[in-house]
Design a protein around this ligand. Structure first.
Ligand code: PRX
Length: 675
């Protein structure tokens, strides 16, 4: 654990305003999918693991399973063993009988003069089938193959994901805002020989050239040893090429052209084992290499379907809008798979929430009749700053709202509740991770009261526990922070890290599993990597990461990835990145570097280092500041004291630094940074 840990039992003072309850309105409870408090009893550990049958029963199975949980390869849990199903069938085909003319996807392009698309389930079915035909018959893809997608927020992204799922092909979607370098590394790690991208997309009023990013990705993958044979290019405007990047003959193909040969082709969904792999989602960890988080078909899909129904409270007649990007886990689970599995109408939008003006989001909500809304604290802080009175100008009515991705300050929560929700919507603060597939802590909105700034207890079936560094349980109400763990496995939990079981075992279980040979799930508490405190009522308050991960605007970035990017610049000797507090984004990276002997600090060099981070990792990782310092504060054993740098950036107390190898440098850095 790094030195910035607050998970080792530090005292945590709970402020009085954080302990207020807010009760769900009767109008919400009256229509909620889940109002029976007995659900918690049904999902108690006494009923584990059979209770999860209720999740799996939300899906259509080609073959029912015989074993709910197989622990023989602990901690790689196998759920619903013996079962067979297809995720694409469950998200599309099975809804046709009842809902074929209902909107599956509302798509809002960024330019406001382009029409909104309302794609029905029937239309989605046709497009998924035709796309699957291209993947199967033109590309030769079959179950178990991996395909990398780097698609922006257009309907072609969920269509391509569902087409892969139809064939049992494992998709690995890389966030479109990531650099070509980052995408190339993920292509290589996953062993994909096909990249599916788009020529261009809109952001902030500009049509960005995206094909060029794909070209870099293919080159990077090739250098690492992974050949990409085909690049399939969706066109933002079908029939027109909106990129300046040259086309490479025999490698680059327009999807629009290929699809013509497969018009109205029907592709039978491949019946897959429940334990087959649905997708990989790369996320940052403590080391430089991103982890390919591997999710199953049956366990994952049943988990997100149940959570969409019970925690998101989606009914088929609702219009549901999760503002995340599908390139992150939130989008996979709660824009695509969960909502579509339960026949929802899900909204996706291109561009930024605040472009062309601060009213955009509320205008979309009004026009589409959105009644369930899902976003992050960073977005909420942004709305509050850029247009605090905007929501009142629009005639929309939310009954349910979600906050996800980072801790939310009680003040920001209250603005969300009062101004965005107009005091009429329930709010769920859902705590979870890429690895966990779906929610871990949240209130059940039709049952439990809300508490501003607190995620709530474990959702039904999830049993959290807070452990200190020695593995002792910190009781609820003790007012002490510790490492939050989950006592039991659950169907949405990742299967493993792609090609790296050892890393899976050591990262999540290394600290607390006492017997690595045990086949008993009770011996394998899942360590999330967050510090948390639990109040006497069992409500969990998440305090932040305990490892070398920075949460920027709800996006996880590995400090090592940013530091390695800085070290690609010739002059840089050492680099250390810390999480600096930010009014809107929660935290942002501040980068400290020291130079090799004889190299001179300059503004140009700082810009060069900053650009390197954008190029290697992506624009979201661009440091707020690059501080070129004379030396790094270090322990006598040579470890960089990031905690000291963080205190300087955040204008906090640096504490006692006399035991450092070079205490004098601390004051020099403080003066340089704080003036
Ligand atoms: O630190 C927690 C924070 O985001 C991390 C997971 O990031 P990622 O895998 O990218 O998934 C984001 C979407 C679920 C967690 O370890 N986090 C997530 N949700 C919350 C949160 N922190 C506080 N409150 C939340 N509701």
């Amino acid at each position: 654990m790094s030195e910035k840990v607050n998970g080792g039992g530090a005292h945590y003072a709970v402020h009085w305003q954080e302990e207020q309850y807010v009760h769900p309105p009767a109008s919400f409870i009256g229509q909620a999918n889940m109002t029976d408090p007995a659900v918690f009893e049904r999902f108690s550990l006494d009923n584990f693991p059979e209770c999860f049958k209720e999740f799996a029963d939300l899906l259509d199975w080609d073959q029912y399973w015989h074993t709910t949980l197989d622990t023989s390869d602990a901690p790689c849990w196998k759920w619903f063993v013996g079962g067979k199903l297809n995720a694409s069938y469950n998200c599309v085909d099975r809804h046709l009988a009842k809902y074929k003319n209902k909107t599956a996807i509302h798509y809002v392009p960024e330019p406001e003069d382009e029409p909104i698309i309302h794609m029905t389930y029937q239309e989605l079915y046709r497009r998924v089938n035709e796309t699957a035909a291209v993947l199967r018959d033109f590309c030769g893809l079959k179950a178990g193959d991996r395909v990398t997608l780097q698609l922006p927020m257009t309907p072609e992204l969920p269509i391509t994901m569902l087409a892969c799922a139809r064939l049992g092909v494992i998709h690995s979607q890389v966030f479109a805002g990531f650099s070509g370098q980052a995408c190339g590394e993920r292509i290589w790690d996953s062993g994909s020989n096909i990249l599916i991208t788009m020529d261009a997309y809109y952001r902030n009023g500009k049509l960005l050239d995206h094909k060029a990013v794909g070209d870099i990705a293919v080159e990077v993958a090739k250098k690492e040893g992974q050949q990409v044979d085909k690049v399939l290019i969706w066109q933002r405007y079908p029939g027109k090429y909106s990129s300046n990047a040259p086309l490479i003959e025999g490698r680059d193909y327009f999807m629009n052209d290929l699809l013509k040969q497969y018009a109205r082709t029907i592709v039978e969904p491949v019946s897959m084992p429940a334990e087959g792999i649905l997708f990989l989602m790369y996320t940052s960890g403590s080391t430089g290499r991103p982890k390919g988080v591997q999710h199953s078909i049956g366990g994952y899909l049943s988990y997100v379907a149940w959570m969409s129904k019970v925690i998101q409270d989606i009914h088929p007649e609702d219009v549901y809008w999760c503002m995340a990007d599908i390139g992150w886990i939130t989008g996979h689970s709660f824009i695509v798979y969960g909502p579509l599995a339960i026949a929802a109408s899900t909204v996706i939008y291109e561009g930024l929430p605040t472009y062309p003006d601060a009213g955009r989001v509320w205008r979309i909500a009004e026009e589409l009749g959105v009644n369930i809304f899902h976003t992050s604290p960073t977005a909420i802080r942004g709305f509050r700053k850029s247009g605090p009175d905007e929501p009142a100008k629009y005639n929309y009515n939310f009954k349910h709202m979600t906050t996800v991705g980072e801790p939310i300050e009680p003040e920001v929560w209250k603005w969300y509740y009062n101004v965005v929700g107009k005091g009429k919507a329930v709010v769920v603060d859902t705590w979870w991770q890429t690895e966990t597939g779906g929610f871990l802590c949240s209130t059940v909105p039709g049952i439990s009261p809300m508490k501003p700034g607190s995620a709530g207890p474990g959702v039904p079936g999830i049993h959290p526990v807070i452990l200190d560094n020695e593995g002792n349980e910190i009781p609820a109400g003790a007012g002490k922070a510790g490492n939050i763990c989950i006592r039991n496995p659950w169907p949405g939990l990742m299967q493993t890290i792609w090609k790296d079981r050892d890393r899976y075992v050591s990262t999540y279980y290394g600290k607390y599993c006492k017997d690595p040979n045990s086949k008993d799930w009770r011996d394998w508490p899942y360590m999330a990597g967050d510090a948390a405190v639990v109040s006497a009522d069992g409500y969990v308050r998440i305090l932040g990461r305990v490892d070398d991960v920075i949460n920027v605007a709800g996006h996880r970035l590995g400090t090592k990835e940013i530091e390695s990017a800085a070290l690609t610049i010739e002059e840089v000797a050492e680099a250390a990145v810390i999480a600096a507090k930010d009014e809107i984004k929660g935290t942002v990276p501040d980068l400290y570097v020291s130079l090799k002997p004889g190299c001179q600090a300059s503004d140009e060099l700082a810009v060069k280092i900053s650009n390197a981070v954008s190029t290697v990792v992506g624009k979201i990782a661009r440091p707020r500041n690059v501080h070129i310092v004379p030396d790094m504060p270090k322990t006598r054993s040579g470890k960089i004291m990031r905690r000291v740098l963080a205190s300087i950036s955040n204008r906090g107390d640096v504490g006692d630094v006399t035991s450092l190898a070079n205490p004098d440098v601390v004051e020099k850095i403080r003066k340089q940074v704080q003036g």
